[in-house]
Write a protein that binds this ligand. Structure first.
Ligand SMILES: Nc1nc2c(ncn2[C@@H]2O[C@H](COP(=O)(O)OP(=O)(O)OP(=O)(O)O)[C@@H](O)[C@H]2O)c(=O)[nH]1
Ligand SMILES: [Mg+2]
Length: 213
């Protein structure tokens, strides 16, 4: 599979702003600064498509990216980048807007096929558990991406999958992918997960030799 195009479509604060074109979509949820936007760029082989920052609170709206691929079963779809939660330094009014904005999106979007919960592989926080429990409560069964694995040594990584599963009280059927937006480790695996979310069975994703730009 090759990415034919990936473009920023719209930045939305309320459902009236969401794109009208009905395409399947997958959304990225997680703490501020954990790496949601970076994961999207890495998946799409693009460097600055989703805006990334070392300072928490970079993504402040619901951002839609339209993607076209050579995969006949996954021709066109959206990846959706959401603001992070738990950014204590954001003003109260901003925090009060973000929660409802994310919740409205996650509860009102009929074309939403799957949710990816991005967590920091180096350590989970109680807010990650609270978030996955809330996602379950509203009917989503997110795949979990443990990101920034490049920051861990080989021995630190060995117990990681089990630790993520235990911390988030996951069952065997929940998917966990270890990821690095720096080395792009985990990319083919995450594409497989996204394909499954879109209802596509079978393999069909080879690590493509696409240029990263
Ligand atoms: N080493 C390393 N750094 C990463 C990785 N993923 C993200 N980062 C860094 O983490 C910081 C935050 O990344 P973002 O992608 O902006 O995080 P976000 O979750 O979108 O943040 P908000 O939009 O504020 O919610 C940036 O400095 C990234 O370069 C990774 O896999 N490895
Ligand atoms: Mg972001």
């Amino acid at each position: 599979m090759k990415i034919c195009s990936a473009e920023f479509v719209q930045s939305c604060v309320s459902p009236e702003d969401y794109p009208r074109e009905r395409l399947p979509e997958v959304a990225f949820v997680g703490r501020s600064n954990v790496g949601k936007s970076s994961a999207i760029n890495s998946l799409l082989y693009r460097r600055g498509l989703a805006k990334v920052s070392g300072t928490p609170g970079k993504t402040r709206t619901v951002n839609f990216f339209r993607v076209a691929t050579t995969d006949p079963l996954l021709k066109r779809f959206y990846l959706v980048d959401l603001p992070g939660y738990g950014y204590a330094k954001a003003s109260r009014s901003v925090r009060e807007q973000w929660g409802p904005m994310i919740e409205r999106y996650l509860t009102s979007r009929p074309t939403l096929q799957g949710v990816v919960l991005v967590v920091d592989a180096r350590g989970l926080e109680s807010s990650d558990l609270a978030t996955i429990q809330w996602l379950w409560h509203i009917g989503h069964h997110p795949a979990v991406v443990g990101i920034k694995v490049d920051k861990l040594t080989f021995s630190e990584r060995r117990p990681l999958l089990m630790r993520v599963r235990t911390s988030l009280t996951l069952s065997d059927s929940d998917e966990v992918v270890l990821y690095s937006a720096q080395s792009h480790e985990g990319r083919s695996e995450l594409w497989q997960v996204i394909r499954r979310m879109m209802g596509i069975k079978g393999k069909g994703v080879k690590e493509c030799t696409q240029r990263f730009d």
